[in-house]
Design a protein around this ligand. Structure first.
Ligand code: GDP
Ligand code: IMO
Ligand code: MG
Length: 421
């Protein structure tokens, strides 16, 4: 029987998952998103075109792929509709390529307002949320108040919506947040009608049938493992399980059906929003990484924080996810650097450690290993033998440190700038 392979981000998100899934989708008949929602922004470049996907799996641009929005996802019908219309404008019949899980939870207009109100109430300790309503929607799911995609087909949907909205209004009043929901609500209900035009499925039966029909599924993670609700730098995390185990709960597939786990990382690090980032650079080098890597949020446009590769954090996320293959992205961004660094240990309270500490607020001083820069343009390399020796040394060290092979290298944003090793 075929397996569920998983692609996920090993850092703080924006590793390049969209690009990799689009590339791999050429050899997978089914692509599935299993968690997160429109807080994600997955960029894809091919044939001179650029798309940024939010909730729709990055397999939609490959003909003959089925794309699933799984039950672990939280769906904003308005963003979903905008996304679909963008894809349709590119001449793609999205309805024939996409199915949506009935058990996925809906993001209401008031969830977005609650996100804004709750962030504002946190003041200086804010998470730096994308404010798409992710946290409040998962809160309602866990508190057993949520509305699900399948509910839109039931006759009392409007009444249930209004009842949840009233609960939210009460919470917003307590937070002194004034709002006018009428306009957003009209657009939301229009988008609900649009959502009804898609095939709504029981994802657990659907995915089981795919595997039994000999169709391998590629699960596409959103965010990154360091933003996982359980294993990330809590509370500076997102509200879902971004790790491999999330693919099982988010698609209704048993753990024994997981095959390869592709862990994606950038050759350096970035983070958007608040929270610890031990290797963060506040100097000209950090600025250069941001400029060369064009490190600005695909969703919010916020400048991303930048820093050197953190192998301590990476080893931790490789462990949690059971990564079988590593995919290294954006190495080309380091092409001009004289020296490249990677953290191999942390110093915490005067002691060295190779583990990520429990204390999110711990003062961490990274211990670096330095590498000679390769000082060569690798963006047009198409095979291993065209890569500079110093770059191969950097990869070799990473593989040895993590104990997992790097099997794919990305040397530019385009679909074709990909080297299989
Ligand atoms: P995702 O959220 O993990 O899908 O990543 P994003 O799309 O948010 O951010 C990754 C950015 O890096 C996008 O703008 C990609 O087009 C770009 N990108 C992906 N791979 C590479 C690469 O190998 N080199 C360069 N220079 N850019 C890349
Ligand atoms: P992709 O899938 C990077 C970050 C936010 C914030 C925290 C919580 O494109 O890699 P939320 O909106 O979930 O309440 O925000 O998580 N964050 C991301 N950072 N990439 C993402 O997605 C992110 N999704 C959320 O910046 O710090
Ligand atoms: Mg992104």
């Amino acid at each position: 029987m075929k397996k569920l392979d998983v692609v996920l981000g090993l850092q703080w998100g924006d590793e390049g998952k969209g690009k990799v899934v689009d590339v791999l989708a050429g050899s997978y008949p089914v692509i599935a998103r299993f968690q997160g929602g429109p807080n994600a922004g997955h960029s894809i470049h091919f044939e001179g075109k650029t798309f940024v996907l939010r909730s729709i799996p990055s397999g939609v641009f490959r003909k003959d792929t089925i794309n699933i929005i799984g039950n672990g996802v939280v769906l904003d019908p308005v963003t979903f509709r905008e996304e679909c219309e963008n894809i349709r404008a590119a001449g793609i019949d999205i309805h024939s390529r996409l199915v949506v899980a009935k058990k996925a939870h809906l993001i209401l207009p008031t969830h977005r307002m609650l996100d804004a109100a709750q962030e504002a109430a946190k003041g200086a300790s804010k998470i730096g949320s994308t404010l798409k309503g992710i946290g409040p929607t998962y809160t309602d799911k866990i508190a057993r108040n949520g509305l699900r995609v399948g509910d839109i087909l039931t006759p009392d949907f409007r009444r249930r919506y209004e009842s949840l909205r009233e609960k939210h209004f009460e919470m917003l009043r307590q937070l002194n947040y004034s709002c006018d929901v009428a306009e957003m609500e009209a657009a939301w209900f229009d988008a609900i009608e649009y959502l009804k035009t898609f095939k709504l499925v029981s994802a657990e039966y659907f995915t089981d049938e795919c595997l039994r029909d000999d169709k391998t599924i590629l699960a596409e993670g959103a965010q990154g493992s360091m933003l996982d609700i359980d294993y990330g730098s809590y509370p500076f995390v997102t509200s879902s399980n971004t790790v491999c185990a999330g693919a099982c709960t988010g698609l209704g597939l048993a753990p024994r059906r997981v095959g390869s786990v592709y862990g994606i990382f950038k050759a350096y690090c970035t983070r958007v929003g608040s929270g610890p980032f031990p290797t963060e650079l506040f100097d000209a080098t950090g600025e250069e990484l941001r400029r060369k890597g064009y490190e600005f949020g695909a969703v919010t446009g916020r400048p991303r924080r930048t820093g050197w590769l953190d192998l301590v954090a990476l080893k931790y996320t490789v462990m949690i996810n059971g990564v079988t293959n590593l995919i290294m992205m954006k190495s080309d961004v380091l092409d001009d650097f004289d020296t490249v660094k990677a953290a191999v240990e942390y110093e915490v309270d005067g002691k060295r450690t190779a583990e990520v500490p429990f204390d999110t607020y711990a003062e961490i001083t990274p211990v670096y290993k330095e590498f000679k820069g390769w000082k060569a343009d690798i963006t047009s390399a198409t095979s291993e033998d065209q890569l500079p020796a110093a770059f191969k040394d950097y990869i070799k060290f990473i593989e040895d440190y993590l104990g997992v092979p790097v099997t794919i290298l990305s040397v530019g944003p385009d679909r074709n700038q990909t080297i299989f090793r």
